[in-house]
Design a protein around this ligand. Structure first.
Ligand SMILES: *Cc1c(COP(=O)(O)O)cnc(C)c1O
Length: 485
């Protein structure tokens, strides 16, 4: 049976259920499979015509042993997760007209209109399944740059096994994103708007890390994490790389490059692992905005934390791409000791300069760029005028990068990952199109509906967030216990 270990080497190997329910490994490391399943070309040929859900079943089955989740149970978890997506095919992949050989993978047809729905719809249903079987209840805390929060809140809403606390930096996400969290009526959803986050959502991650380190509190509220460090997110996100490749390639082996608007590297980590499993992706391309933390890693070999810039692509205003540590583990022969040293060095000095051998090992097959707001806004206008196709600001970042790297990519097909629906960012769309009234493509019924609903939630100041949360979460747990009796 495939086991899971910490990428920093601490603790014992655990089964998938434990890895998923605990979020972080006990030594603070990220769970990784002991080895990556290898997919043969024959296997890829057989999978080529599967639907997204069928493919998800095959790929997840490589990681989850049948003795833990039966075939029937897994099918029903996948059906519950993706049955609610707006499009029958789950992830449509249209071809663009105004660029040669360019496709977009529309990952935003889940309930909250971003690619976070693809991972969280599955993960929350899986966690709920495990918890029901164990008859346990968990509290989860997530921080959000605007899309994780709504997705987590929406899929957890109404689940009897979970409470979700969603921390967001007040004023740094759009009103539409805020309303996606605060208009949910279910009593197990607890949005917390946090004032004075100097470093955006990264500030919130620090507080969450402290809550995790607080063992008595952690036990008291049964705390876990479903943010992008959870292995379940990365595992399920490998599926859309396989699916996208199969949809676009004429035959297995054809070189295809993929461009990914990136922040915490959760999405691209999955792409990198899919390639290591045998999917013949040619280039994986990091599309960063001005906060070019990944661009620095892939061009200078430096993992460092710089001051934040607020950009028009706010979901990727990220300073510390945590999932890079997970990918790196597989690039250095699973040397957990090295990972432990690097992460400690980063915690101490705020930066790591990788040696030449390591840099070359992880850089292989990756290209990167960091792009400006001006170019991002300009390409939204250009596409809307040229082919009536409205990009959200994050997808726009990936298309700017695809244009800039056109020559390096060469003459093969390019698949740009489209990570959000433009209706989540009407202010930016107005700015880009330089118009007052929004085109219909920048609206969505669910966003309109949220405008007509009451909002609920907490607010807190960043300076007292930790104690405020402890108090509110402990209180909630007591209430839950009373209800049970
Ligand atoms: C989260 C997010 C990303 C970045 O994904 P990572 O896994 O953090 O790299 C890109 N675009 C949108 C719209 C997002 O919500």
């Amino acid at each position: 049976m495939l086991k899971f270990v910490s990428n920093k080497g601490g603790g014992e190997p655990v089964d998938i259920e434990t890895a998923i329910l605990s979020g972080y490994a006990p030594d603070g490391g990220l769970y990784v499979p002991e080895h990556l399943p290898q997919i043969s070309v024959e296997q890829l040929e057989q999978w080529k015509h599967l639907s997204f859900k069928e493919l998800a079943f095959e790929i997840v089955s490589l990681f989850i042993d049948r003795s833990i989740v039966s075939a029937q149970e897994l099918k029903s978890i996948i059906e519950n997760a993706y049955g609610t997506f707006e499009k029958e095919e789950v992830i449509p992949i249209p071809k663009l007209r105004s660029r040669k050989n360019t496709y977009v993978m529309e990952l935003f047809y889940g309930s909250t209109l971003s690619f976070k729905d693809v991972g969280l719809s599955f993960l929350v249903n899986l966690v709920d399944f495990f918890l029901k079987r164990k008859q346990e209840r968990l509290s989860v805390v997530v921080a959000t740059t605007g899309d994780t929060g709504p997705a987590a809140a929406s899929y957890v809403a109404g689940k009897s096994t979970l409470d979700v606390w969603v921390l967001y930096p007040k004023g740094l996400i759009t009103e539409e994103q805020e309303r996606q969290m605060t208009t949910l009526q279910q009593s197990n959803v607890h949005p917390v708007g946090v004032y004075n986050c100097q470093e955006g959502a990264d500030d919130l991650d620090l507080v969450i890390a402290k809550l995790y380190a607080n063992q008595p509190f952690k036990n008291k509220v049964n705390l876990s994490s479903i943010n992008s460090i959870n292995w379940g997110r990365v595992m399920i996100q490998t599926v859309h790389y396989f699916y996208g490749y199969f949809q676009v390639a004429d035959k297995i082996g054809e070189p295809i490059s993929m461009v990914v608007p990136s922040g915490a590297f959760g999405n691209l980590c999955a792409g990198g692992l899919a390639r290591k499993m045998g999917l013949p992706i040619k280039n994986l391309i990091v599309a960063n905005n001005k906060n070019g933390c990944l661009h620095r890693i892939f061009t200078k070999g430096i993992f460092s934390k710089e001051p934040i810039h607020e950009t028009v692509s706010s979901a990727i205003d990220i300073l510390v791409p945590l999932n890079f540590w997970r990918y790196l583990y597989f690039c250095v022969d699973k040397d957990a000791q090295k990972l432990k040293q690097w992460t400690e060095e980063f915690e101490k000095n705020g930066m790591v300069q990788f040696d030449e051998t390591t840099f070359n090992a992880y850089k292989k097959g990756f290209l990167s760029r960091s792009v400006s707001d001006e170019d991002t806004l300009a390409i939204i206008k250009e596409f809307f005028e040229a082919e009536d196709y409205l990009l959200d600001p994050h997808t726009a970042v990936s298309l700017v990068v695809a244009d800039e790297l056109n020559e390096e990519i060469g003459d093969h097909k390019v698949l740009c990952l489209s990570t959000a629906h433009p209706a989540k960012f009407p202010g930016i769309i107005r700015q880009a199109l330089n118009c007052e009234s929004l085109p219909e493509a920048a609206t969505h019924p669910s966003i309109e509906q949220a405008k007509r609903q009451c909002q609920k939630g907490y607010t807190a100041d960043h300076s007292h967030l930790e104690e405020a949360l402890i108090q509110a979460m402990e209180y909630q747990c007591e209430q839950n216990r009373k209800i049970k009796i």
